[in-house]
Design a protein around this ligand. Structure first.
Ligand code: BG6
Length: 477
């Protein structure tokens, strides 16, 4: 059985309901199951109609009556809050009775960070988080180091670490796991994966979307907590970790935690905060809000592999484009027998990961320009993984929901990792840089461009993974 807290929220509508429906279609759910949605307010009509609407909007291609009807029969809704879980506990007990004593309960906590601790208390008091429950905690986990520690302590009082799944859905993206595969399943790249060969690494997640009616969540969270200390840092962990002993959750998370120990606290002088024009006109946003909707920062990792290599992280709402790109820029000689690099040109040797559910990978090389000259030009070796292998993956939330059901922690975060990341966040939380305005549809405040010098941001200079080349100039036309 799944109990979904925040069942009427934005995440549930966009990802969780569609994910559960598709997993059911794919035969990846247990043979018999129930989903009890919960939240502080009853649905306007009934939960099945609300879920149906969400699927029409976010899973239209997969929606059909034959699959929908049996799925809809498994859905119900029971109101609950941190102060009152009695009705929900009764419903959970009934469902456990129906499903049998060996059934498991998956508790999905899609609630704001400020509500988590009291909700966990309610689950323990009512017995909902009893023996065979697994609990999924949405990010951000806490809002600073102390609250994360408190939340971990509150969880550990009632629930074993083995039953806790701190979710960061970016790790569930196929593209994120491609980073590990590319690095550790090949002999080609790992020898280059260090400060001797790499000039800079960018983790760039610009979003075209604004805050989409999530004013109160955003006012509480902001872009730094929503994206940087979570998704972007976790991806940094995959890019920068040493090779784990194995893909077991323990080994993989040890390797990631070791990178975070070497990650230096984020420096306010190397961070730019921005807020898009019009943010304060959004619903549930304070007129004088200084919450950041854009962050760009330079992070450093103090270990032998990475000392001196800038890790440039950028994300923001209402920007010019929506992308999720990791760019590894390799060092290049200033001059080769084919000529010298022109000052200001981006290096061509880049490894670019598109962290989509349909991952793309490209490696930038220089090739000879065809024709009777000796000029070279940058060109991408591009791979569309699903097309080449003729196989599609699961959407990130689907993959992770499935992992919880089979009890695999590999792509979930551990208490020590999360606490260390909040430690790194502390200087920014204590001394946030002044928020600078930016236009909707732009690339954020000007200062963010300067932060990435001399390499510059990989986006938006080109869309293909490589610098735009003037072929006329390359061939001396
Ligand atoms: C969520 C954030 O975790 O990730 C959102 O709360 C953000 O603000 C979203 O838009 C981005 O996820 P994805 O999978 O659409 O890139």
């Amino acid at each position: 059985m799944i109990v979904l807290f925040g069942a009427r929220g934005d995440l549930a509508k966009r990802k969780l309901w569609p994910g559960l429906y598709r997993l059911t279609q794919a035969g990846l759910m247990p043979e018999d199951f129930r989903v009890i949605g919960s939240g502080r307010h009853e649905p306007d009509s009934d939960i099945a109609s609300e879920v149906r609407k969400a699927l029409e909007e976010f899973a239209a291609d997969d929606l059909n009556d034959d699959d929908w009807k049996p799925f809809a029969e498994k859905l119900s809704f029971v109101k609950s809050s941190a102060d009152d879980g009695a009705d929900l506990a009764a419903a959970v007990k009934d469902a456990r009775g129906d499903l049998g004593d060996d059934s498991r309960t998956l508790l999905y906590m899609s609630v704001p960070p400020s509500a988590m601790k009291s909700m966990v208390g309610m689950l323990a008091e009512t017995g909902i988080s009893g023996d065979r429950a697994r609990i999924v905690m949405e990010k951000p986990f806490g809002h600073d180091l102390q609250s994360a520690k408190d939340l971990n302590a509150a969880l550990h009082e009632h629930i074993d670490e083995d039953a806790i799944y701190r979710i960061d859905h970016f790790l569930g993206k196929e593209g994120a796991q491609d980073i590990l595969a590319l690095r550790f399943a090949n002999g080609l790249f790992e020898p280059l994966w260090n400060k001797d060969h790499i000039e800079a690494i960018q983790i760039d997640i610009p979003e075209k979307l604004g805050i989409e009616g999530r004013g109160s969540f955003y006012e509480e969270t902001g872009a730094f907590r929503d994206m940087v200390v979570t998704h972007l840092s976790q991806i940094l962990g995959f890019v920068a970790m040493e090779q784990p002993k194995s893909l077991d959750a323990g080994d993989l998370r040890d390797a990631k935690a070791a990178v975070f120990r070497d990650l230096q606290p984020f420096d306010p002088d190397l961070t730019v905060y921005g807020q898009f024009d019009g943010y304060t006109d959004e619903d549930d946003v304070a007129e004088d809000s200084t919450v950041e909707t854009f962050v760009a920062l330079r992070a450093d990792i103090d270990n032998d592999r990475w000392r001196g290599v800038p890790f440039l992280l950028r994300t923001g709402k209402a920007l010019a484009e929506g992308r999720r790109v990791v760019t590894v820029t390799l060092k290049e000689p200033d001059c080769t027998i084919f000529g010298c690099r022109v000052e200001g040109d981006r290096p061509s040797n880049e490894i670019v990961f598109e962290l989509t559910d349909d991952p793309q990978l490209s490696v930038g090389v220089k090739v000879k320009v065809p024709g009777p000259f000796s000029a070279v030009a940058p060109a991408p070796l591009t791979l569309d993984v699903e097309r080449v292998l003729n196989q599609s993956g699961l959407e990130a939330y689907e993959r992770l929901l499935r992992d919880v059901m089979v009890g695999d922690h590999m792509l979930f975060t551990r208490a020590d990792e999360v606490e260390r990341l909040w430690e790194c966040a502390a200087p920014l939380l204590e001394h946030p840089p002044e928020v600078q305005p930016y236009d909707k549809g732009s690339w954020g405040p000007e200062a963010a461009q300067r932060l990435a010098e001399p390499t510059g941001w990989h986006l938006p200079e080109d869309q293909s993974g490589l610098p735009v080349v003037d072929l006329g100039a390359a061939v001396g036309a």
